[in-house]
Design a protein around this ligand. Structure first.
Ligand SMILES: Cc1cc2nc3c(=O)[nH]c(=O)nc-3n(C[C@H](O)[C@H](O)[C@H](O)COP(=O)(O)OP(=O)(O)OC[C@H]3O[C@@H](n4cnc5c(N)ncnc54)[C@H](O)[C@@H]3O)c2cc1C
Length: 368
């Protein structure tokens, strides 16, 4: 059989595109090299407690788009989870992003909103031309807050002393002048009640999916079986990395089941200090408070940062990476029967709502 589309990758971009094409009456086959659908949004139920656990890092759904919020409601209900992030520094816990509560607790003061700007400004040394990440951060929030909340964390995240990182990695460091501590500002926010995997079961309903199948291993074979390919894998791998590999930041996850009902009292705790090797601990139970878990068990996930193009999480996107990307984009223009889409093919960080929007746009552009 010749399919209208072979979609490479059962992540959010691939699954949404496949759904739209199928609903428009097209024949679609999805290939996925992993042994499950869902891409990096994949969740599973932990065997001894039934807690829904993300395999590739916690995913909080948030969007300002009513269209995308409604679209996902075709496949799931959401709870009312509102994301908040805490950080441990010097054996004390503070709220992030830095807000009035963080500043008052950190400096032991009781500022009012109108006083924060001038207070922080007085702490910032004059530096008209910050030359690196550290100098740029200090020019925005001063040395005290930088040392406490960013220096150690960024060193762990980039595996590099921040004075060796370029200033352009930071465009802004938000300091909220109120006690508002919700991480996102979007109008719609929540966690899908059963985790993310059931969304993919709905998106891919009635569409054949071949798991553990790497498109790159048999490109010609798959091209002979379809009219068009939708490719959501890494763009450099599509072209056999002929110009070199794009750089990615990766995360190693260490998952542990514990015999306590609540380990840290919150879903995400960052660790700002350099002597703690992990960047954060995620406790997924707290994403689903409506389930009222009664068991004396929880799951925690420690996250460690490292660099590895084969485990792509966060695109580095410094000047030399973007030069390399431009070369692959030029090659992609010579592939009229391939639609390149998604975070890996575009070498770009996208939130989930944006990737759904991109996939819907790509489907519309293809006439569906
Ligand atoms: C740690 C982390 C946390 C995140 N948290 C959030 C969050 O809280 N909120 C939010 O909105 N967004 C979050 N995101 C972003 C979110 O993960 C992405 O928007 C989304 O996963 C992108 O979907 P995608 O389909 O482009 O890519 P992916 O999910 O990566 O899917 C691509 C799929 O293609 C498959 N594939 C690749 N190459 C091949 C091949 N050659 N053959 C067959 N299959 C192939 C891969 O196995 C994968 O399953 C987070 C991202 C990361 C890295």
């Amino acid at each position: 059989m010749i399919y209208d589309y072979i979609v490479v990758g059962a992540g959010l971009f691939g699954a949404v595109f496949a759904r739209e094409a199928k609903d428009a009456g097209k024949s679609v086959l999805v290939l996925e090299k992993r042994d499950h659908v869902g891409g990096n949004c994949y969740t599973y139920e932990f065997e001894d407690s039934g807690i829904t656990v993300p395999l590739y890092g916690p995913h909080i759904f948030h969007t300002d788009s009513l269209e995308i919020w409604n679209y996902l409601h075709r496949f799931t209900e959401f709870n009312r989870y509102q994301h908040r992030v805490l950080t441990t520094h010097g054996n004390r816990v503070y709220a992030l992003p830095i807000n009035l509560g963080t500043i008052n607790a950190f400096y032991g003061v009781n500022l009012k909103p109108g006083e924060v700007g001038a207070f922080i400004q007085r702490k910032i040394p004059v530096n008209p031309q910050p030359m690196n990440f550290e100098e740029k951060a200090i020019s925005l929030i001063g040395p005290d807050l930088y040392d406490a909340f960013f220096k150690g964390y960024s060193t762990k995240q980039w595996n590099t002393d921040p004075i060796k990182l370029p200033a352009e990695l930071i465009t802004r460091l938000p300091v909220r002048q109120s006690y508002y501590d919700s991480y996102y500002d979007d109008r719609y926010q929540g966690m899908p009640l059963g985790g993310y995997t059931p969304i993919f079961d709905g998106l891919l309903k009635g569409i054949p999916v071949e798991l553990k199948t790497d498109f790159i291993d048999a490109k010609d074979h798959w091209f002979a079986r379809c009219r068009k390919v939708v490719y959501t894998g890494p763009v450099d791998e599509y072209f056999d990395c002929c110009h070199g590999r794009l750089r990615w930041g990766s995360v190693r996850f260490e998952t542990e089941s514990l015999g306590v009902s609540d380990y840290q009292g919150t879903s995400v705790m960052n660790f700002a200090d350099p002597d703690v090797p992990h960047t954060r601990i995620v406790e997924p139970k707290h994403f689903y408070r409506e389930r009222r878990f009664t068991e004396e068990r929880t799951v925690i996930i420690r996250e460690y940062s490292y660099f590895d193009p084969l485990t792509p999480y966060y695109p580095v996107r410094l000047a030399d990476d973007l030069e390399l990307l431009a070369k692959y984009q030029a090659l992609a223009l010579g592939e009229p029967n391939v639609i390149f889409g998604g975070r890996l093919a575009e070498y770009k960080y996208y939130d989930m709502d944006d990737i759904i929007g991109e996939a819907l746009r790509a489907a519309r552009k293809a006439g569906h």
